[in-house]
Ligand binder design. Structure first.
Ligand code: SF4
Ligand code: SF4
Length: 187
C-alpha cells in the first residue's frame, strides 16, 4: 500500500488548548487521585504483625499442598499431569507401584521447587483427583535454596496445617440441566 493510496486515512494530532498547554487538567486529576487515596480505605497492613486478609481464598495462589484422602494417605495417583503442564518445570515426581489396591501408582517422591514456581495454578487445574492445591499461605521464607524445595512430607504437612481453614475444593457447581435440554442432548 502506497502513502497516496485513497484508502489511507491520515490523522492529525489534535491541537492543545491553553488548559492542555499548562497541564492544568492533568494536575487537577493528579490531585483528585491523591486526595481519594488520602481519605479512602487503607490497603497497607503492618506485616508480619498483621495478617493480610485474602479476599477470595479459593482463587488465591500461594504455597502448594498435597492433599490426603479420608484414610490419611496421599491423594496423588502419580499421573504426572501436573508435572507435564507446569510451565516452570518445577515439579519432580518419582512414581512407584501403589501399596494400596484402589490405585495403580503413588508418588514415592514428590518435590516442588517453590523458588522456580511462578504460582500460575495450572498444576491444580490439571490434577484429576484434587491432590495438589495452592493455599492462601503467602509468607514463604527459607535460609537456603535447598530449604525451598518442598518434598512430599513437607507438602503433606502444609495440608495438615491448612485443611481446617481451607477444605479440599471439590468442584464448581454444575448448572442444572432442564428436562428439555436433557431430551435435546439424547436426540
Ligand atoms: S503453580 Fe504453575 S509454576 Fe507453580 S508448580 Fe504449579 S504449574 Fe508449576
Ligand atoms: S496431577 Fe494430581 S494426581 Fe497427577 S501427579 Fe500431579 S498431584 Fe498427582
Amino acid at each position: 500500500m502506497q502513502p497516496n493510496d485513497p484508502q489511507v486515512r491520515w490523522l492529525k494530532e489534535p491541537e492543545l488548548g491553553w488548559t492542555g498547554k499548562v497541564y492544568l487538567p492533568l494536575f487537577v486529576e493528579g490531585m483528585r487521585t491523591t486526595l481519594r487515596h488520602l481519605v479512602g480505605p487503607k490497603l497497607t497492613v503492618q506485616s508480619p504483625e498483621e495478617r493480610h486478609e485474602i479476599p477470595e481464598p479459593l482463587i488465591y495462589r500461594g504455597v502448594h499442598r498435597l492433599n490426603r484422602d479420608e484414610q490419611g494417605r496421599v491423594k496423588c495417583v502419580a499421573c504426572f499431569l501436573c508435572a507435564t503442564i507446569c510451565p516452570a518445570h518445577c515439579i519432580d515426581i518419582v512414581a512407584a507401584p501403589s501399596p494400596w489396591p484402589d490405585r495403580d501408582k503413588y508418588p514415592e517422591s514428590f518435590t516442588i521447587d517453590e523458588l522456580r514456581c511462578i504460582y500460575c495454578g495450572m498444576c491444580e487445574e490439571a490434577c484429576p483427583v484434587q491432590a495438589i492445591e495452592l493455599t492462601t499461605l503467602y509468607d514463604l521464607t527459607g535460609k537456603s535454596r535447598e530449604e525451598m524445595i518442598f518434598d512430599k512430607e513437607k507438602l503433606l504437612s502444609v495440608y495438615d496445617q491448612t485443611k481446617d481453614a481451607e477444605p479440599i475444593f471439590q468442584s464448581w457447581p454444575l448448572p442444572a440441566v432442564s428436562a428439555e435440554q436433557e431430551n435435546a442432548q439424547k436426540k
